[in-house]
Design a protein around this ligand. Sequence first.
Ligand code: FDA
Length: 390
Amino acid sequence: MRQFDVIILGAGAAGLMAAIAAGRRGRRVLVLDHAPEAGRKILISGGGRCNFTNIHTAPDRFFSENRRFCASALAGFSPRDFLAMVEAHRIAWHEKTLGQLFCDGPARAIVAMLLAECAAAGVEIRTLCTITEVGGGPDFRLDTSAGPFAAGSLILATGGLSIPKLGATGFAHDLAARFGLRIVAPRPALVPFVLEGEERARATPLAGVSQPVVAACGRARFREAMLFTHRGLSGPAILQVSTAWREGMTVGIDLLPDQGPDFLLRRKREAPKSALRTLLGGVMPQRMADAFMPAALPPGPVAAIADRALLDLGARLKSWRIVPAGTEGYVKAEVTAGGVDTAGLSQRTLAATGVPGLFVVGEAVDVTGWLGGYNFQWAWASGWAAGSAA
Ligand code: FDA
């Protein structure tokens, strides 16, 4: 039985950062992962360029049953702190939009940086390692395909359920539950919507068409692009509201956020001879305009259409209401919302308050960021917090 100070389960973003923090403190650290290599989600993130943080990181950019929980860890390891590491490793980066920082080159540079920092901190990493049993606490004992290990601190960093083909499992949730921690029901998030019936029939022929919109669900509201797909809706605005969505909820979409509801009336005064189809085609892709044109309105000059009908159409385009039949699920979800309830964790260290020596970090915790680098920032910050205390 090999003894360590800290064993970390999961060599993803949060686990590697926790290992760096603990290793730098002189702790003997072992990281175990069942995948063939560390940081596989980092490699495919941000379209292969890894959107590694967001400079607008703040607690209000995160969903959780306790939305203030993430504040302490985020303050302890900021986007600037991660950027300092990136720059120390001479990784070129750029700001794309909305504060999103990306690598100029392949995301592999970020994984290489984390592995180099782990090596410098004396961290041992074992991939292709199956964890068969975890027992004890505060002295944790693990049976694994690489043999038995023991440690005084155990950090759960095996992430959520998104993208099973990359090795995602519910391991952290199951193990945390076994240790008596409550689990907030996990659900796919940052995920496309599936539509059925009339709305599906409207969306399918528009697959590939994109439009800037404001999408809203509950109190969440995002102004970004929406994309029609063969099965429903996607694009950043939709992915963002999907985190707030629950089965049966209505999503409101303003298809013309830059226009007032009376815009067609104004256009009618300016260009009375234009066809309605042409006027709509000026503010959205023509295919989309055709799909949203009411069949009952005459195809001729807009002057022939009653003001009331134009006002109604304007209002409808500004509040398209859909009830998604569902989402594309974990196969397409960028993250898993829900997870280990923050009520059982210290917000400063991510330690389980009822289980001495146990920590839970990253996506496994009920903290889910907006699209745009926020989820990695949570992984870095929560990993750092736990690694600094374990
Ligand atoms: P993560 O999933 O990274 O790591 C968990 C590790 O645990 C994995 O290495 C896994 O193999 C291992 N593991 C799981 N079960 C195990 C078991 N039973 N035994 C042993 N090991 C086990 N975010 C962002 O901020 N910017 C971006 O650009 C993107 N882009 C992006 C693209 C795509 C396609 C996806 C799917 C996701 C993103 N994300 C993102 C989200 C981001 O990848 C995610 O939030 C973090 O990787 C979460 O880090 P964790 O370390 O918590 O889990």
